[in-house]
Design a protein around this ligand. Structure first.
Ligand SMILES: Nc1ncnc2c1ncn2[C@@H]1O[C@H](COP(=O)(O)OP(=O)(O)OP(=O)(O)O)[C@@H](O)[C@H]1O
Ligand SMILES: [Mg+2]
Length: 479
């Protein structure tokens, strides 16, 4: 703006203003309403490389920024074309918050300087005293450094984001692997526990098998011995027993003869013969013999019967008699009949309580199973001692392919130090003549022959429980 256009300010003020304008460090230029440059300060020259002389008085100010003619912010303001700001500056301009009617813009200018500059513009209208727009002023700031810093920051930010993203992805990956690892570990642990349990079960089976092997080894050698002894004793006992019956008959006849002789004694005349006979009868105490011989005979007969029983047990033990047949049998019937047979022996000692489960018929040698039941029940009755005890006979199923019989008493229990020997043949704690010690070893052999097993549970002073496990089917029939 010159004095000729405004005509009012004094020359000194104009000079002072134009000096101020020129010396101002912010690049600034001004145009009038005809878009003619009126001011172009030194900072402007310096930044944009266009001299004041080349610009003032022309409307070529666009050349400082663009390669073709186009309006600048100041041009749009003086022309009142605010609505074209969007068209020329798109989203790169905004209204100033400080000066009403002013606007700002920011853009990159590749033609300025060696490699282009980022410039920030503020353009404001110039008004006269009446408020009419008489021109526009536009300041320019080089914001390349800030832009560079911003770009660098954005780059760093972008990089950071990429790094964070990559790290997050890596972490997620590691996490996933960790989770998979944990799952694998859990599985492996479960596997380990399972195989541990299997191992423990196997161990248990093994030690049971070993015990059975030791037991059956013992039984096998004892069995051979028993078979030999039974065979050797069987015949002599047989004829002793039959001779004994004959002898009994002969003795009866002899005593009858004695009676006849005694009756005839009075008829003997010769007194010395009668005296000798009287003397002899006195000496041999015939009356005592008459009483004692029958009781001696009865005792001996009982002894022979006992020996025959023992021989029979030994024969059973060594399986000399193999004429029994494998049949499907109902265990409850066998147990009932066995309890009837031993009923007399146990009824004064204990009450028998039956708790039968629902069990299937099994393939077995019923007489032998009965013998097992009998041995266990008689042992239980002996264990309760003098007081009246209680014997429980229970049955149940071992899954689908087995059954069990349990004989439990509330008797003396078995002391730990003899527990390992109770199945040994001839092991007994009963007084001589009361027990042979064959009951349990016989039972053991029978159960083993059936492919089953016997378990004992005992608490000294409280009682004992024998549990016999038997399979339903016999895989192979051993005779
Ligand atoms: N239910 C039980 N309670 C306590 N001890 C028992 C029981 N069953 C067996 N025993 C012990 O085991 C030992 C061996 O028993 P086993 O049946 O083999 O022989 P036994 O009964 O002594 O003689 P027997 O040949 O007449 O049966 C017994 O002497 C006894 O000490
Ligand atoms: Mg016994």
């Amino acid at each position: 703006m010159t004095s000729s256009t405004t005509g009012t300010p004094p020359a000194s003020a104009e000079i002072a203003l134009s000096e101020f304008f020129d010396g101002h460090p912010v690049p600034t230029f001004a145009i009038d309403t005809a878009h003619v440059v009126t001011h172009w300060n030194r900072a402007c020259e310096h930044l944009l490389g266009h001299s004041k002389e080349a610009m003032i008085g022309t409307d070529n100010h666009w050349q400082a920024f663009y390669g073709h003619r186009r309006p600048l912010l100041a041009d749009l303001i003086v022309a009142g074309l605010d609505n074209e700001l969007d068209m020329h500056y798109q989203k790169k301009w905004w209204a100033s918050t400080l000066i009403p009617g002013a606007c700002e813009a920011e853009d990159f200018f590749p033609l300025i300087g060696a490699s282009g500059l980022w410039l920030h513009f503020t353009a404001a209208p110039l008004r006269d005293a009446l408020g009419n727009i008489v021109g526009a002023i536009e300041t320019i700031r080089d914001v390349s450094k800030r832009k560079e810093a911003e770009t660098a920051l954005r780059l760093v930010n972008d990089n950071l984001e990429v790094v964070v993203e990559r790290r997050t992805a890596q972490l997620a990956d590691i996490n996933e692997k960790l989770q998979a690892d944990i799952v694998r570990r859990h599985l492996a642990e479960a596997d380990l526990q399972r195989s541990n349990l299997e191992l423990a079960a196997l161990n248990e089976q093994l030690s049971r098998a070993q015990q059975q092997l030791v037991q059956s080894d013992k039984l096998a050698s004892i069995g051979q011995l028993a078979a030999g002894v039974a065979h050797e004793i069987n015949n002599p006992i047989g004829y002793i027993f039959s001779n004994f019956t004959t002898l009994q008959g002969y003795l009866d006849q002899l005593f009858a003869m004695f009676d006849a002789y005694e009756g005839a004694e009075a008829q003997i005349g010769a007194t010395d013969v009668a005296a000798a006979l009287r003397d002899l009868r006195k000496r041999i105490d015939l009356d005592f013999l008459r009483e004692d011989i029958p009781s001696l005979m009865a005792e001996s007969r009982e002894g022979i019967v006992r020996v025959r029983h023992i021989v029979q047990d030994l024969k059973d033990f060594s399986r000399v008699d193999t004429d029994q047949k494998w049949v499907w049998a109902n265990l409850h019937q066998g147990i009932d009949s066995t309890l009837n047979i031993v009923g007399n022996e146990i009824k004064y000692r204990a009450t028998v309580v039956k708790e039968y489960g629902n069990i299937p018929d099994i393939e077995c040698l019923p007489l032998q199973i009965n013998q097992v039941v009998m041995n266990l029940v008689v042992n239980a009755a002996h264990a309760v001692g003098e007081r009246h005890g209680r014997i429980s006979v229970r049955t149940g199923c071992d899954g689908d392919d087995g059954v069990w019989i349990e004989i439990a008493d509330n008797g003396s229990g078995i002391p730990a130090d003899i527990l390992s020997r109770i199945f040994d043949p001839f092991f007994t704690t009963k007084p001589v003549g009361k027990g042979t010690g064959l009951g349990l070893s016989l039972s053991y052999g029978i159960v083993q022959r059936h492919g089953g097993r016997i378990e004992v549970n005992t608490t000294p002073g409280e009682g004992t429980c024998f549990r016999v496990h038997l399979p339903v089917h016999q895989p192979r029939i051993v005779t």
